[in-house]
Design a protein around this ligand. Structure first.
Ligand code: UT7
Length: 325
């Protein structure tokens, strides 16, 4: 019998501090950095984001999202045999956020590691977990996207600091006799490293280089709209499906204009596009599972719906996963 993997529960967690565009504009204005609610909404669709308290880490947010996903799946943490955390803002240089999170869930023994593919991290992590489950290496996985991007923002650079937020989303992915994940398609092109990066590093006990996020927004925008269509089409072709089979498009939540352009290219009506960027901002690897969980809990996404998840970001990385929920 063919072995597949299927999502059996979703969960998410946002740190309580919600910062509206007006709040942020006032904070930045006091430091001489000019921005406005109008500019942010018009160029990105973002209205608010959440920022974690200084002592809260990605594994804290991820553990809470994981607990909620486990509850939704009706599973105990002790049943989990694989943990993958997608993050670019791990708690430490090492060990992985996944190992720290495993301990916070009160379990031990199962494989746990991080995936670093920036905003494509969740589709990468889901694909790795699916492969391990299908080949018998695991049967009940937690796949988590967790970020505290507020830690790596330059609050004197208005072209980036208004875009990102903190949060976490998680799914429980289980072995199944019926297909959940239908196909996926992952890519990277390392020649674009410099258009979106945090170029600093730790060496000899000092930070070398700049430890804050740098982005050439227009270059990222142009690449993103092209590759998102390609990845969706390649994934549909692998699954033997067409645009018309997609019930919900859940792209990485970075900019409403990129998301709408992808939906248009896939000939999807805008009401099939899941949008949470307005409330969460860009939470990098957490954005897709956050959007998925919000839509499941609001009753929008139902069991049996076909979902196209799409990530794109630093690396440059991109990819898509098509699944029956
Ligand atoms: O997560 C990975 C994926 N990331 C993305 O997908 C991000 C992709 N890029 C984007 O979303 C967009 O390029 C941005 C939202 C980052 C920028 O939007 P844009 O329409 O490309 O704006 P722009 O960079 O062309 O800037 C237009 C103007 C500039 O002023 P001038 O030169 O025309 O006078 C900027 O200085 O807007 C100015 N500007 C701002 N003004 C007020 C830039 N940031 C701000 C700001 N507030 N926060």
């Amino acid at each position: 019998m063919t072995r597949y993997s299927r999502i059996t529960g979703t969960g998410s967690f946002l740190p309580p501090r919600r910062v509206t565009n007006a709040d942020l504009a006032a904070e930045l204005g006091a430091k001489g950095v000019e921005t406005s609610d109008e500019w942010i909404v018009e160029r990105t669709g973002i209205r608010a984001r959440h920022f974690a308290a200084p002592d809260v880490t990605s594994s804290d947010l991820g553990a809470e999202a994981a607990r909620r996903a486990l509850e939704a799946a009706g599973r105990g943490a002790g049943e989990i045999d694989l943990i993958i955390v997608a993050t670019s803002t791990p708690d430490m240089v090492f060990p992985s956020a996944a190992c720290i999170l495993q301990n916070k869930l009160g379990i031990a023994g199962c494989a746990a590691f991080d995936v670093q593919a920036v905003c494509s991290g969740f589709v990468y992590a889901l694909t790795v977990a699916d492969s391990l489950i299908r080949t018998g290496g695991a049967s009940k996985a937690l796949v988590i996207g967790a970020e505290v991007f507020s830690r790596i923002l330059d609050f004197t650079d208005r072209t980036t600091c208004v875009l990102f937020g903190d949060g976490a989303g998680a799914v429980v992915l289980e072995a199944s006799e019926t297909p959940g994940i239908l196909a996926s398609d992952l890519h990277a092109d390392g020649k674009h490293v410099s258009i979106l990066c945090v170029p600093g590093n730790v060496s000899g006990g000092k930070v070398l280089g700049d430890p804050l996020l740098k982005m050439d927004g227009q270059a990222v925008f142009k690449l993103a709209v092209g590759v998102l269509e390609d990845a969706a089409r390649a994934t549909l072709a692998k699954a033997g499906k067409t645009d018309a089979d997609i019930d919900w498009l859940i792209p990485h939540q970075a900019n409403i204009r990129i998301m709408q352009s992808t939906a248009r290219k896939l000939k999807l009506p805008m009401d099939k596009l899941v949008v949470t960027v307005d409330q969460h901002g860009n939470t990098s690897a957490a954005s897709i599972p956050l959007a998925l969980d919000a839509s499941v809990r609001s009753g929008k996404i139902r069991k049996g719906d076909t979902l196209m998840l799409e990530g794109v970001g630093g690396g440059f990385t991109w990819g898509a996963v098509l699944l029956d929920f």
